[in-house]
Design a protein around this ligand. Structure first.
Ligand code: SAM
Ligand code: SF4
Length: 486
């Protein structure tokens, strides 16, 4: 429409002006990344082992050191890399896995990303924007399953501008029904200007998440055609720097795997994390590593020269874990149940579950033909309760905790807290408490049974280590049994 075109032109003009004025230097040097990868090929086993020893000190790795691990070709050494990644994860996060669900609010989009089902030129997409009533219904379905944390998602379009986003965030927090409530709303949406991020912060979001998709400039240009807002590389690269400027101190980065060489993307993510840390004293709160999935009427996805295999996927997760030990890592339902089970131990701290990414997908879950409202297709469509059961079987403690964020442990505060090794002593008891709430209110009988076993086993261990805290935790669990919440 004419209004849509006007909005697009106006925004493109403002972004061009911003890019001209931005004094920050593009920190992704493609030639440098390629040469780091080239110069560290076929590493000596001793070099790999020395780097793993450094990783175990939880000090993180340089891009050169990460490149050595990425280039390792010795199978036995890969086992050592996987074991190191697992150890690091256990040391910092313990057995905790944080659960969330995605909530897609609108799919109209002015951009034409070659890989995305929401792209403007996709005639097979059914364009939809949730009304406030439909949004409320989606939240009710999610909270009735036990969810407390959401990531909300929008296409980039005047119908989902910043004021609309704020309205939807407020609606989600206001949708309460007894114990059923969302306690943390994160966002995955297009880049904004600083004053727009300020409005979003004011509305009470947790993390703002933006994926660079690919850090490789030439590929970025190819998959994000000129004329679209997404074609501005620098605008997107510094989007989370602007979010930080606006006071949003939990920001989340990611790369969409399958567009270019996965090893290049891992180094791109590390440079991104380093630049945020250099400027703001704190790196990203989480890193995501979504792989490309099939999407309705999207031929680009049929023949991907850089498709990432399951084996390489595991390798990159382990190398990221060794390189940035304190950063959360998110694994989504894009991956199959079998692969998720194998990848979680390599460093993942957050997963989604019971997810539906069609617009109005939760209330319409029983209906046929939702594909043309989806951005892409998920490989793990199990209900939340089934995923929790499986986590417990593997001795993980599912967490719905949102306390850290509400107690002000975000950004730098969270990082120094994490670096003092306190995550385990605060976050695991909080995980236990929120999981207990789940077991009391939402669990199936079999999940309740196995979940109680996991909690009791943890309490026994905790009693040996910190008897007083364990006693306090026991009292709080009793309170929850008596009906107390949050
Ligand atoms: N429109 C906003 C943007 O592009 O930043 C919001 C996010 S978009 C709806 C969410 C993310 O989904 C994208 O950043 C991209 O990484 C991912 N995505 C897009 N197409 C995909 C596909 N075919 N398979 C897997 N992930 C995809
Ligand atoms: Fe739009 Fe985001 Fe999809 Fe690109 S990835 S077409 S910007 S929804």
């Amino acid at each position: 429409s004419r209004e849509e075109k006007e909005w697009l032109d106006d925004r493109a003009k403002k972004i061009t002006e911003y890019e001209e004025k931005e004094t920050r230097k593009d920190f992704i040097d493609d030639d440098k990344i390629e040469s780091i990868l080239q110069n560290n090929r076929n590493p000596e086993p001793q070099r790999v082992r020395d780097i793993l020893s450094k990783a175990r000190l939880l000090k993180g790795l340089t891009p050169e050191e990460a490149a050595v691990l990425l280039n390792n070709e010795n199978q036995d050494l890969w086992q050592e890399i996987f074991e190191t990644a697992h150890q690091i994860k256990q040391q910092i996060y313990g057995n905790r896995i944080v659960l969330f669900a995605p909530l897609y609010i609108s799919n109209p989009c002015v951009n034409n990303c070659a890989y995305c089902g929401f792209r403007h030129s996709n005639d097979s997409l059914k364009e939809m924007v949730l009304s406030m009533e439909e949004l409320e219904k989606e939240v009710q379905v999610l909270t009735s399953h036990g969810h407390k944390r959401l990531v909300i998602v929008y296409g980039e379009h005047p119908v989902s501008d910043v004021d609309f986003m704020c309205k939807t965030i407020e609606k989600i927090y206001a949708t309460k029904d007894g114990d059923n409530e969302i306690r943390r709303v994160n966002i995955n949406a297009a880049p904004l200007f600083v004053d727009e991020y300020e409005k979003i912060k004011e509305a009470g979001i947790g993390t703002y998440q933006i994926f660079q998709e690919t850090y490789h400039h030439e590929t970025y240009k190819r998959v994000h055609p000129k004329g679209s807002l997404k074609s501005f590389y620098k605008w997107r690269l510094f989007s989370l720097h602007r979010a930080q400027e606006a006071g949003i101190d939990d920001v989340a980065i990611g790369a969409l795997l399958g567009l270019y060489d996965w090893k290049f993307e891992v180094l791109g993510l590390l440079y991104h994390a380093m630049d945020l840390e250099r400027e703001f004293g704190v790196g990203p709160h989480t890193i995501s590593f979504p792989r490309l999935e099939p999407a309705v009427n999207t031929p680009f996805l049929r023949n991907l020269p850089y498709k990432v295999s399951d084996e390489d996927f595991k390798k990159l997760v382990a190398v990221i874990r060794c390189s940035v030990p304190y950063t959360g890592m998110i694994l989504t339902c894009r991956e199959s149940p079998k692969l998720r089970k194998e990848v979680i131990p390599l460093g993942v701290s957050q997963i989604d579950a019971g997810s539906n990414i069609a617009i109005r997908g939760y209330q319409d879950a029983e209906k046929e033909g939702l594909e043309n409202r989806e951005q892409f297709q998920l490989a793990d469509s199990r209900p939340l309760d089934d995923v929790l059961y499986e986590l417990c079987e593997q001795n993980y403690i599912p967490s719905f905790c949102t306390a850290g964020y509400r107690a002000g442990r975000t950004g730098c505060q969270f990082m120094s807290f994490a670096k003092e090794g306190k995550v385990k002593y605060f976050c695991t008891p909080n995980a236990i408490l929120t999981f207990k709430e789940y077991l009391m209110n939402y669990a199936s009988p079999k999940t309740k049974m196995i979940g109680e076993k996991v909690i009791n086993a943890y309490l026994e261990d905790f009693k040996q280590e910190k008897p007083q805290r364990a006693e306090k935790l026991r009292e709080m669990l009793n309170d929850i049994e008596g009906g107390k919440r949050d």
